[in-house]
Design a protein around this ligand. Sequence first.
Ligand code: C5P
Length: 307
Amino acid sequence: MRSVTVRASAKINLALAVGRRRADGYHPLATVYQAVDLCDEVRASDAADPGIELAITYDSPPGAEPARLPLDETNIAHAAARALLAHARLERGVSLTIRKAIPVSGGMAGGSADAAAVLVACDALWDLGTPRAELAKLAAELGSDVPFCLLGGTAMGTGRGELVSPVLARGSYHWVLALAAGGLPTPSVYAAFDRLDGAPPAGETPQVAPAVLAALRSGDPAALGLALHNDLQEATLALRPDLAGTMALGEECGALGSLVSGSGPTVMFLAADGEHALDLALALSGANVCADVVQAVGPVPGVRVIG
Ligand code: C5P
């Protein structure tokens, strides 16, 4: 039985500028994404019968019970396989196995990474050779972050996040991620953002601060730490006030910068180098302020076939 295994990276947002809610319910945004080496693995195997079978295993921190994802057609991985079958006008069965390390509803695009991974794995399994541009179009229909998950690296995202183009970024950045117990559904954070009314006037296009792009161009982690910015952070902290303590602790421990990742509740800290990241990770784990602490390096590629 043939199978293809791919790896897909989590994303963080180094900058996230959010505009006023559009008529379609989405928010216009300008963001700088970075893919980091915290990865889900997806194996797609031929199945004897038509239909999509899905199984998920979780690499969760000791003692923490991960949120369980649905295994039916409501799972975005299932939707990705269906979208590719429809696009290729194929009727095939496939068995998908996901090994999850990216936190569920953690603001790190775990579901989007799985969807991007399924597109690439099934495309290879079925020898379709779908051009990247067409896979990117299917990705955008599946979710705002899916095109970036396909691409990886460091990239600017506009529209509702689905229009991506690479950004020049020198060097490697060492991140420490404080994973929170429980997730935050993205729509609830955008709804809190609307209630707080922090958005610029309608029609104004959100912009990423030039300082973030300048720091990335020069490869200067200290400058990047100062420039990190997330317009959703206030809304996330309103829903999860406990995260303020985690952020303060990371800053006390000398992080170059701290930020809620995407819609949260993961909080990310920038370290000067690998050694600093280890010190920071140990300090955060010792303080017992979050469910787990993970070190990650970015940028890394998007989805890649590993076997
Ligand atoms: O595109 P995706 O399915 O990942 O979005 C999930 C939800 O997040 C949307 O239904 C919407 O509530 C919110 N969202 C938004 N504006 C964006 C991206 C997502 O309001 N640019």
